[in-house]
Ligand binder design. Structure first.
Ligand SMILES: Cc1ncc(COP(=O)(O)O)c(C=O)c1O
Length: 387
């Protein structure tokens, strides 16, 4: 993986030499890839991106060097949301519409980079424990790469997502209980099969794909990042990927030391991070049985809650929980006022923004970006018919 010079643990800081099929640090912390930024800095400027491919591989200097497995991931639009912003008194509201990605979610970014890196390392079979969307995405990218995908998902995952996995040739393993149970079952089965575990924070390359959302945002906002970013957070890869990109871009000279205030948005039916944030705790306690229509937020145990809470606090951000009813209303606002088909997770960010506005946390003059992480069409069964 030339380009990457080493890895370090985001929790304990221990360095690891570059090797193709890394998992986690000995301490259980997630590994972050380190690049030789000094060497690429001069040739890798925002202005030099103009003629490049319109996908996430346009940031190739800051990605693992391998033959990409591509389906058109990334380079999603940043849409000004005037009509949704008006009742909130926010003239500077944007939506980064990740629903345009292959298989309809931002998970495509992580899958593209991680499947590319795994294939380059000689891996033939991949496995994942997923709330659903990452499994569908992995199945599509594994198909494209000619690899096997073994997907462990909770048995209450929406039917459409299960059909998606099967349609792309992924092998489904339905597990009773929440995502944490699916993870336990997968780890019990792994040794027998020798699959490569690509689950959240089990390897370092999905994060590399997710971080490209930050690079795109900087490019689309000409290096002037917003005051606030609201991100629907389950396992926390999206939020952490954005944060990693900011550190790298500062070293590259693309942005200054200022950071957007980061807000983790969760559903009231599964809000371990919000609970910990509000209590001033250092890490989140496991949540019981998740209960929300926002499938991607049904994550009762977040393995990196300590690191995410640090990001939220360091950035001067927050953590906000929203009810499913608020999510449904926000979803309708986005579809009817903006023409954006938002997933419940994406719509949750608009509902959370309303709460932050009511609290007086976000000011009228501030620039806000919401991430619509998935396409609403996948959720017709759970969102129900429009009122
Ligand atoms: C549509 C959608 N949004 C948000 C998330 C949460 O992302 P993360 O696990 O990176 O926090 C997921 C995860 O499954 C998802 O499917």
């Amino acid at each position: 993986m030339a380009g990457i010079i080493s890895f370090h643990c985001a929790r304990c800081g221990r360095e690891r030499a570059s090797a193709p099929a890394l998992t986690t640090c000995q301490c259980g912390g997630p590994l972050w890839a380190d690049y030789d930024i000094e060497t690429v800095r001069d040739g890798f400027r925002m202005e030099s991106l103009a003629g490049r491919d319109q996908d996430l591989w346009r940031y190739r200097e800051m990605l693992p060097r391998c033959e990409p497995v591509r389906l058109g991931e990334g380079f999603t639009p940043l849409l000004k949301a005037c009509r949704a912003g008006k009742p909130l008194g926010l003239p500077n509201l944007w939506i980064k519409d990740e629903s345009r990605n292959p298989t309809g979610t931002f998970k495509a970014r992580g899958s593209s980079v991680a499947v590319s890196a795994a294939r380059a390392a000689g891996v033939k079979a991949l496995a994942i424990a997923s709330a659903g969307n990452a499994a569908a995405s992995l199945s599509a990218y594994a198909a494209r790469a000619g690899l096997e995908a073994h997907c462990y998902v909770p048995d209450d995952t929406p039917r459409i997502v299960l059909e998606e996995v099967k349609a792309y040739g992924g092998r489904l393993y339905l597990v009773e209980g929440p995502l944490s149970e699916a993870g336990k079952k997968l780890r019990a089965d792994l040794p027998e099969h020798g699959w490569f575990d690509i689950s959240t924070f089990r390897e370092p390359f999905r994060l590399e794909g997710k971080k490209t959302m930050g690079y795109e945002l900087a490019e689309q906002m000409a290096g002037n990042l917003p005051d606030w970013i609201l991100y629907p957070t389950g396992g926390g890869m999206g939020l952490m990927g954005l944060w990693k990109s900011f550190g790298e871009m500062e070293k590259l000279g693309w942005i200054d030391a200022r950071r957007p205030r980061m807000v983790a948005v969760q559903a009231s039916g599964c809000a371990p991070l919000v609970q910990a944030f509000e209590k001033g705790a250092k890490e989140a306690s496991p949540w019981g049985r998740p209960d929300t229509i926002a499938v991607g937020l049904r994550v009762p145990v977040c393995a990196v809650s300590d690191l995410l809470l640090k990001i939220l606090r360091e950035s001067g951000g927050s953590a906000v929980a929203v009810e499913d009813g608020e999510i449904r209303r926000a979803s309708l606002t986005l579809s009817r006022q903006e023409g954006i088909g938002a997933s419940p997770e994406g719509a949750a960010t608009l509902a959370a923004l309303q709460i932050l506005r009511e609290r007086g946390d976000v000011r009228e003059s501030e620039r806000v970006v919401l991430f619509n992480t998935g396409w609403g069409g996948k959720y017709v069964d759970s969102l129900g018919p429009p009122e």
